[in-house]
Each structure stands twice: as C-alpha cells, then as structure tokens.
Write a protein that binds this ligand. Structure first.
Ligand code: ATP
Ligand code: MG
Length: 414
C-alpha cells in the first residue's frame, strides 16, 4: 500500500484522557480511534494486525479440531434464565435492550448458552461427539473501569471456543490440547516468554481453571510465579494446602503484575444439564455432554503486545502480527529515487511481501519518525546516497544499526 493513499495520519499527541500506553501509541500511529472510554474503532493498520492475530488463532484452533461459526450478538433471555445468568445481580456486565414490542434482549457478553442451544440441534448420538466450535465474535460488557485502552473494552472481539465431549476423560484430553494450542498462540504472537499458565479457582466441576497471564506492569491482575516450574497461581489459589497440591511453596513464589490474555475452563455438565442437551451412548443410555470453554481477547492480546514490545519511539511489532512486513521509504524527491522506489515496490508486490510504501513528499526526519512509531519490522530506505552506492539501506525495527545491501540480497532475504 502507498502511504500517500492511507487516509490515517500519525499524530504527535494522543487524546488527553487516554491514560494507557497501548491506546496512546495505537492512536498516535493511526491503528485505532477512540470513540469514548472503553470504545475504540479499528482503522486500516489496526485491522491488519487484528486479522493477523485471528489468522494465528484460527490455525491453532483448526489444528485441534475446531469448527468456526459466528453466533449472533443479540441474546434471547429465555436460555439465560434457564442457567440463572439473566439477572443483573448474577451477571453484572450485561448490556440489555428492547424490541419495539418491549421484549427484552441482551447483547452477548459470552456465549455458553446460545452455543449450547445451537449445537444441541445437531447432537443426538455419541456419534455426533466430540464437537469443538469456536468463533471470533464481538462481546459487550458494561465494565466499571475502562482505563486499560484496548485491553479492557466495553465492546471487544473475543475468540471463544466451546468443547462438547461424551466423557470427562474426553474433556480432560481436549483441555490439554487447548493448553498447548494456547501456548503456541502466545509464542507466535511474540509474548510467549512472558506468558504463564496460571492456576485459578475452578468452580463446581474441576479443581482449577487456568488463565494465561502475561507479566506486565500495566496489568490489572497479579500472579505468583514459580520460575523453576514455569507456572503461576492467582490469588484465589494462594492457600498453603493448594500450593502443596501443586508442588509449590509460598517462599519460592514471586509476585508480578500481569494481564489475563486468555482463560480456559472446564464446566462439566453445568450448561448442557440446564439447557437440556442430551445424547445417547453406545448402549442407548441418555447422557449429558461434558463441556469446557476457552477464551482469548483479541484486542487485549494486541494491546498486550504493544505494552511489551514498544520503546520511546513507538511500537515494535513482531513479524507475525505486524500490519506490513516492509516499510519502504523514499528519501529525497529526485526522479531517480522515485523510479528506483517504485520499481522496488513493484518487485516486493510481485513476491507477495506486504509493503507499506512511504511515497509522500515529506522531510526524511518525519518519515523516519513515522516509521519508528508505526513499528513495521523492516525499514528500507532508498535515497540518492544509496543509489550512488548501488545499495539500499535496511534496518530492522528491533535493531539500532542499519545495513547496506544490494536489492537482490534483500529480496532474497525477505
Ligand atoms: P477479566 O478478569 O480481565 O475481567 P474475564 O475473566 O471476565 O476477564 P473471560 O470472561 O474469561 O474474561 O473472557 C475471556 C478472555 O476475554 C479474557 O481472558 C480476556 O483475554 C478477554 N477479555 C475479557 N474481558 C475483556 C474486555 N473487557 N476487553 C477485552 N478483552 C477482554
Ligand atoms: Mg478472569
């Protein structure tokens, strides 16, 4: 894409009421726009990052047998009443609205109820199970505090997966697969080294649930880490006998601030029981599927990446999620520079290398500052100087020093 065509522009300042680093940087660089507290729009650059994150997650979910669906945001109160989650005292983040005839509707904050009802239309026998469905879907939550930028939205995109198995053993085995898929996701998104599988309280059907918590000072949570085991617990689990169960001791745990980037949960038969989902087993007995739910906040993951991977000049995107791979800058407006840049841009396009081409007539300093702020992994400069040397200047956003190389060498590398 030519940057002269990109309608967003970088800004020197973020809105005065924006306190979080992730939103400040993303707004200044033109990835997102703030509508109001906890409500953000995604602009062309931001949407490309979201799509890259979705691509990684989709691959990992498909790999463990997930089937993608997309359920409605509008929620039928009937099914939520069956599970006793319609009442505002039971779920305190509901946004509710009404039809013209005064019938109440909800805006989905999670989807256990509608997903269970939907799949129960198709599941009758053990032969229809196991079944793993997931979606990328917009959730609405009337959050009290929304000061963490895109890490806590009142409207946000979530990947939510739901598992339906015939037995507890089936659920347990799938749950382990989900844990490794989640680890792959955080590794591939560039935050794996700071993200811990964290034991949290489990509720009725299992001893523990698990959170994926990323160490970061901007986090709203805190966890207690056992470095030797590469595991952590949250404060619900900080009790001596539970720690002993996990082979941990209080003395060796280190407390750190963290961001919950994902959450997985075994529900057992909690929702299937109440919503009347049943199947017949091999012997013809009527049984209730055993379930789990697996969530990742897409915006929260994007915000976490920005919190962790940025410096005083701007964002430092990992290649896997970056909006473009190469930022091509023409420096100087001579016809030779423009021609060389146009030609290189066409070559990169032909090779399928996603490139943002800064073809604007701006001072070099402005182009360099924008490039650092936007944070594309490879910056390539073509100027009269590089042309004279028969080379181009290549600088990785993660490194301070640029390298001179021939165009062929760069194209081979990239
Ligand atoms: P938290 O404890 O931070 O409020 P939660 O436990 O309510 O989150 P879940 O209901 O488990 O969150 O949702 C699954 C995932 O969705 C979370 O792990 C998080 O990554 C993400 N998420 C939750 N709430 C928000 C939000 N308001 N904005 C963005 N992402 C969110
Ligand atoms: Mg939580």
């Amino acid at each position: 894409m030519k940057q002269s065509q990109l309608f967003t522009k970088t800004r020197k300042e973020a809105p005065a009421d924006e306190v979080s680093k992730n939103a400040q940087l993303l707004i200044r660089a033109g990835f997102i726009q703030k509508e109001m507290a906890g409500v953000y729009d995604y602009l062309p650059l931001g949407l490309r990052v979201i799509e890259n994150i979705k691509k990684i997650i989709r691959q990992e979910m498909n790999m463990i047998g997930g089937q993608e669906v997309s359920l409605s945001t509008l929620q039928d109160p009937e099914i939520w009443k069956k599970t006793d989650r319609w009442d505002d005292t039971k779920v305190d983040v509901w946004f509710k609205t009404k039809l013209k005839n005064d019938t109440e509707l909800g805006l989905g904050c999670t989807h256990e109820e509608p997903m269970t009802r939907m799949v129960s239309e198709y599941v009758h026998s053990y032969k229809d199970l196991p079944l793993y469905t997931y979606q990328f879907q917009t959730k609405f939550r009337n959050e009290t505090r929304a000061k963490s930028g895109i890490m806590r939205g009142r409207e946000f995109l979530m990947k939510d997966m739901y598992s339906f198995d015939t037995t507890q053993e089936g659920l347990d085995a799938f749950y382990e697969k989900a844990i490794s898929a989640y680890k792959n996701i955080y590794d591939r998104a560039g935050i794996g080294d700071k993200t811990y599988l964290t034991f949290a309280s489990g509720g009725m059907f299992s001893k523990f649930s698990h959170e994926f918590q990323t160490i970061c000072d901007a986090g709203e949570d805190h966890i207690f880490i056992d470095e030797s085991k590469n595991m952590a617990v949250n404060d619900e689990v900080m009790q001596d006998e539970i720690l002993q169960d996990l082979g941990m001791t209080r003395e060796t745990l280190v407390q750190k601030k963290s961001i919950e980037v994902g959450n997985i949960f075994k529900y057992g038969t909690r929702y299937t029981e109440e919503l009347g989902m049943r199947f017949t087993d091999e012997e013809g007995n009527v049984k209730t599927p055993v379930t789990g739910a697996y969530g990742i906040g897409i915006g929260r993951l994007m915000g976490t990446i920005v919190e962790l991977l940025s410096d005083e000049r701007g964002i430092v995107w990992p290649e896997s999620v970056a909006p473009f791979r190469v930022h091509l800058l023409s420096v100087g407006n001579s016809p030779e520079v423009t021609f060389a840049c146009d030609t290189l841009y066409e070559k990169l396009k032909t090779l399928g290398v996603e490139t943002l081409y800064d073809d604007r007539e701006l001072r070099p300093g402005e182009k360099f500052a924008d490039s650092d702020l936007i944070g594309i992994p490879y910056r390539v400069v073509v100027s009269e100087k590089t042309l004279a040397g028969g080379v181009i200047e290549v600088k990785k956003r993660t490194e301070e020093k640029a390298e001179m190389m021939s165009e062929e060498e760069f194209l081979r590398k990239i």
